[in-house]
Design a protein around this ligand. Structure first.
Ligand SMILES: NC(=O)C1=CN([C@@H]2O[C@H](COP(=O)(O)OP(=O)(O)OC[C@H]3O[C@@H](n4cnc5c(N)ncnc54)[C@H](O)[C@@H]3O)[C@@H](O)[C@H]2O)C=CC1
Ligand SMILES: O=C(O)CCC(=O)C(=O)O
Length: 517
């Protein structure tokens, strides 16, 4: 691997470089990677703009084959890619093997979606020349790509939410050229995937500006990308502060643009009485499994458990505390993420109204995250909004409520969420039904008798939700519906067939499904 990064068809080098850090040892890892300059950002955006009109009008089949070629190119480097991602993220091999599969599976799912054609949302309202009192014009609607998209790779999914992750796959599927700002924690992984996409662009004979990658440790680089007038939308997964900074930058542009930022979520789990009575112990163990997976570094991590207090909740708490007490510390993604986790845990541990129930085992070594389990009362939780803020990592708080009304108060208190989980048995359905309207207001996904971590990549998935889970609750960043973020409708009124794009021509040459008005 060399230290260059792909801008269009070129491999760009620089005298200014940075190194990745192996979080398991804090050691720097070779090779040094070129730091992108603001000129590189401008060049990537210029090429993206130049590619836009050609790329967005490629047939769906061409883009489907392109996405499949990217998947093939990534599969071809599977072993070195996974090895590098392990070094740069500290995540274990099975997790990264799975994530590689999810990444290529996602690209292929978008290829299938492109071929199905529903994404173009073609609506034809035929002319009604004889309509009284006035004739109706011929109206034809389709959706086109919004323009070049900036994508910010996430630290916690170096493959599936990074350079060729969901945001890139959905933007390319829509016909938008993409400029990725790689996450500085995994530059080698980013460059390998970036070059795989670059190779796919060349193999498919597409304009070079369809894809570029810029990277470096400074936030200013990402800011320059968002401020570039040629960028028309932004996809981001990361911290609340980072997401909000990008939203502010995008809103302050001469031409404001949408930012689809997935930020922070504590994913409440509600334990209902019948479920608790039937399987409190098993639930306690399963909860700790979901909480500690990947050192808790999931935005879907169950950070809050809410239940009515009583002996059945005690059973759950005892089982959870015992399981968590045996949880081995795991390497966290970066020294910064580890430090911020320790700070968040210390703040909870030092809170007057919070009891520390258990900590995971201690271990030697850099950046090890020690799991933490806390409890508080419904009253204390409602009194202090800070208790409902995300601590990114394997920390969670159990909220003991006096009754169902207090459970409702707690849920009303929490901010917008990616997920809310119900542990319910049949005897709980009546109580749960009264809460459903609250849950719908609060979350993008409501699930029963499962755990929120591990998002299925599927057409019906919603990985989104009200602020601060995301900056725009109308969409999803996972699943085929994610393409909608990067499309906009255009209506063609009375245009002669010769001028109409293929998607809405009278004889429907692309065979796209149509709604007739
Ligand atoms: N909820 C979630 O899904 C996730 C939350 N996090 C949270 O984020 C914290 C830091 O982790 P990171 O992954 O590094 O997230 P981050 O938000 O600090 O950085 C993500 C990306 O955004 C860029 N960025 C951040 N602030 C910016 C600004 N003001 N202007 C321009 N670009 C900016 C960074 O350079 C990086 O490329 C974690 O401790 C955790 O609290 C991290 C990953 C996922
Ligand atoms: O749980 C998952 O599979 C996805 C989580 C996620 O989107 C994130 O942590 O950023």
């Amino acid at each position: 691997m060399d230290g260059t990064f792909p801008i269009g068809a070129r491999a760009v080098d620089s005298d200014v470089t940075f190194l990745a850090i192996d979080p398991s040892t804090d050691a720097k890892i070779e090779p040094a990677f070129a730091v992108s300059s603001e000129e590189d950002v401008a060049e990537a955006c210029k090429l993206a703009e130049a590619a836009f009109d050609t790329f967005r009008e490629t047939d769906p089949e061409t883009r489907a084959k392109f996405l499949e070629t990217i998947a093939d190119e990534i599969e071809a480097i599977h072993e070195p890619l996974v090895a590098r991602a392990i070094q740069e993220s500290g995540l274990p091999r099975p997790r990264l093997e799975g994530e590689r599969g999810r990444t290529t599976g996602q690209l292929r799912l978008f290829a299938k979606h492109l071929r199905a054609g529903t994404w173009a949302s073609v609506i034809i309202d035929e002319a009604q020349p004889d309509r009284k009192p006035a004739p109706r014009a011929d109206l034809r609607q389709r959706r086109i790509a919004v323009g070049p998209v900036a994508v910010f790779g996430a630290s916690n999914f170096p493959l599936a939410f990074s350079v060729a992750g969901g945001d890139t796959a959905s933007a390319l599927a829509a016909g938008c050229p993409v400029v990725v700002k790689g996450h500085p924690a995994h530059p080698g992984t980013s460059v390998m995937v970036g070059k795989a996409i670059q190779a796919a662009v060349a193999k498919c004979g597409l304009p070079e500006g369809v894809f570029s990658l810029v990277q470096g440790p400074a936030n200013e680089l990402g800011a320059a990308l968002v401020k570039d007038a040629r960028i028309k939308a932004v996809g981001f997964t990361g911290s609340r502060g980072g997401g909000l900074a990008l939203v502010a930058l995008a809103a302050a542009r001469a031409e404001p643009i949408p930012v689809y930022a997935e930020m922070s979520s504590v994913n409440p789990v509600i334990l209902f009485p019948a479920a608790l009575a039937a399987r409190g112990e098993a639930l306690g163990k399963a909860y700790v499994g979901s909480l500690t997976m990947g050192s808790g570094q999931f935005c879907t991590n169950p950070g809050i458990v809410v239940a009515v207090d009583g002996p059945d909740l005690d059973t759950f708490v005892e089982a959870a505390a015992a399981a968590l007490g045996e949880a081995a510390p795991q390497v966290m993604l970066t020294p910064g993420i580890h430090a911020s986790y320790d700070k968040g845990v210390a703040a909870l541990a030092g809170h007057d109204a919070v009891e520390t129930l258990a900590r995971g085992t201690e271990a030697e070594g850099a950046n090890r995250g020690r799991a933490a389990l806390f409890s508080t009362t419904g009253k204390a939780f409602v009194a202090d909004p800070a208790l409902s803020h995300e601590v990114f990592g394997a920390a969670s708080i159990i909220v003991r409520c006096a009754d169902l009304a207090e459970v409702r108060q707690v849920l009303e208190q929490v901010e917008g969420q990616l997920t809310i989980t119900l542990q319910i048995d049949e005897g709980d359905y009546a109580d749960a039904a009264t809460l459903v309207p609250v849950l719908e207001r609060k979350a993008g996904r409501i699930l029963a008798n499962g755990w929120p971590t591990g998002v299925e990549v599927a057409p019906a998935m919603v990985h989104g939700g009200p602020f601060p889970a995301t900056s725009d609750p109308r969409t999803t960043s996972v699943g085929t519906a994610a393409i909608e973020r990067f499309l906009r409708p255009v209506c063609y009124q009375d245009l002669p067939d010769a001028l109409l794009p293929k998607a809405v021509k009278h004889d429907n040459p692309l065979g796209l499904p149509r709604t007739e008005g």
